[in-house]
Design a protein around this ligand. Structure first.
Ligand SMILES: O=C(O)C[C@H](O)C(=O)O
Ligand code: SF4
Length: 513
């Protein structure tokens, strides 16, 4: 293997498994701003623990290792065709080693290529520069937060905020709205990159480029520096909080860039990135292609949890929340006794299922008995050896995508609990009430934390859907999640949404006139 391929491989592994120092510091500050006994505080502790586990296990921080996106600067005359091929080889190798999930899916057939290669994946942008070194930067941005990206075309009318015009104040409103509409679904607390201007394509590109900035830098354009500070301050008054559980910290960073536009177009493009803000870069020697330096300070310098903090937290009294230990299969009575706010510690078997499975189950039988069963919205990273399958990373995926199916499927098969993240809508809430079901919210991105609760892989069905979409039967012990929708018609998600919409309306009046 060439030195270039090896260096890119190391970059991929580092990016996927070790969150950089600036991101860690920002998350550590967020922890200080939340009371540790609250839902948000507890989730931040899980996130902090997960960050350390990923580094220690050299395994993905989050199971969704995203769309690998490279920005490469090369000296004039470098062979970019060879480099592209070697980047692809490094991606395939990192996938084989379980550092990346198999994430490249044929959009028409649904077939997973299995090695993260295919039309459009990975994304590689080349630029030439007049230096001797090669600069390779990588961002792994997951699908859940990518789905919360949003593009506004000014002027427009925004719920809660009224008219947004073609000026700095209109831009201000769009960005606040972008944070509001993401709620907890992009695994808040998040980071946003904003692109002002361009066309629809370059606007989004500019927004994503902002995510390569250092969190602690200051925007050289004074108006934008002011706007970045304003957004960070006000977005954190929306009360959405970690995972949309409510709380003081909703946004961890805001970076805004600007480019020219056409007279007729005025786009504000927002790239939303979850807390699992995985981006790194390397500067390579121009002739040997060995790593000369890392672009972002390594996360290994910043500890996320104190020694014995985890033990102390486990021993601490459970404050006002109720902890309920349950073993699957669950009864209707057990599930009906649960209320929003309860922490459920689950043992027994659960079954993963996401988009392909839900669609399939609508008009087919299930391969196993799901009566009293627990469905986990999760697409894990799995590796197989002589001993069988191993779970390398297994956090929840965004549940709302299953909203059209979930209620019907629960009723059809007698499923009692669904675990996911970000919450579900009114159709599922009504089904939980009618049928006797519960929705449990796990901490998004905490893929190492949950992988450790999985003690055995009991089997798998639908491997033809690809590893992330297959139905894995997993034996768990001590899997903790919070009831956020119960069988009594209560939804924490609906409450936080409503409350944050009211708070958003406080920022209706012009600020940057
Ligand atoms: O695909 C996944 O595993 C998760 C996804 O990134 C999500 O946030 O829903
Ligand atoms: S699950 Fe959450 S943390 Fe992981 S990629 Fe999706 S949005 Fe990010």
């Amino acid at each position: 293997m060439s030195a270039f391929e090896q260096s890119v491989y190391e970059l991929i592994v580092e990016t996927s498994t070790n969150l950089p120092a600036d991101v860690r510091r920002t998350i550590a500050r967020a922890r200080e701003a939340e009371d540790r006994a609250t839902r948000a505080g507890l989730s931040l502790s899980t996130i902090a623990q997960n960050i350390e586990m990923a580094e220690c296990n050299v395994s993905p921080i989050c199971q969704d290792t995203g769309m690998p996106t490279f920005i490469v600067h090369t000296p004039v005359g470098a062979n970019q065709i060879v480099m592209k091929r070697e980047i692809q080889q490094a991606i395939a190798r990192a996938t084989k080693d379980g550092k990346l999930r198999t994430n490249s899916v044929d959009s028409l057939t649904g077939a997973n290529t299995g090695d993260n290669l295919g039309p459009g994946t990975p994304v590689i942008h080349f630029e030439q520069w007049e230096k001797d070194e090669v600069d390779v930067r990588l961002i792994l941005k997951g699908g859940g937060c990518e789905n919360k990206n949003i593009q506004y075309s000014l002027p427009c009318e925004l719920e809660g905020l009224g008219k947004a015009g073609r000026d700095l104040d209109g831009i201000r409103k769009c960005i606040l709205h972008a944070v509001y509409q993401a709620q907890g679904q992009g695994c808040s607390a998040g980071f946003i990159g904003v692109g002002i201007g361009g066309d629809r394509t370059t606007g989004y590109e500019l927004a994503k480029q902002q995510l390569f900035r250092h969190i602690e830098d200051v925007n050289p354009i004074p108006d934008l520096a002011k706007l970045e500070d304003y957004i960070l301050d006000k977005a954190n008054q929306l009360g959405i909080g970690t995972m949309g559980f409510g709380g003081n910290v909703t946004l961890l960073g805001c970076k805004i860039g600007v480019m020219n536009r056409l007279p007729a177009s005025f786009f504000v493009s927002v790239a939303y990135n979850c807390w699992a803000y995985r981006r790194q870069g390397v500067l390579l020697d121009g002739s040997t292609h060995e790593i000369k330096e890392w672009i972002y300070e390594t996360g290994s310098n910043v500890r996320m949890i104190e020694e014995n903090e985890a033990a102390a937290a486990a021993a601490a009294p459970a404050a006002e929340r109720r902890e309920v230990v349950l073993t699957a299969p669950l009864t209707e009575e057990q599930v009906r006794s649960l209320r929003v706010g309860d922490v459920v510690i689950l043992n027994g078997e659960m079954h993963t299922g996401r988009d392909a499975l839900h669609k399939h189950l609508m008009d087919h039988d299930a391969p196993i008995d799901l009566n009293g069963g627990v469905i986990y919205h999760c697409g894990p990273v799995m590796l197989k050896d002589e001993a069988g399958w191993h779970v390398k990373a297994a956090g929840p995926t965004t549940s709302i995508r299953e909203e059209p199916y979930q209620g019907d499927i629960m009723k059809k098969f007698g499923i009692r609990a669904v675990i996911g993240k970000g919450g579900m809508g009114p159709k599922t809430l009504a089904a939980l009430k009618e049928h006797g079901g519960v929705y449990l919210n796990a901490v998004g991105g905490a893929a190492q934390y949950y992988a450790e609760c999985i003690k055995r892989v009991n089997g798998v069905d639908f491997m033809e859907f690809g590893i992330p979409e297959a139905m894995w039967h997993l034996q768990v012990e001590g899997f903790a999640a919070i009831v956020t929708m119960d069988s009594h018609g209560n939804s924490l998600h609906a409450e936080v949404d409503l409350d944050s919409k009211e708070k958003l309306a406080q920022f209706k009046d012009p600020v940057f006139a």
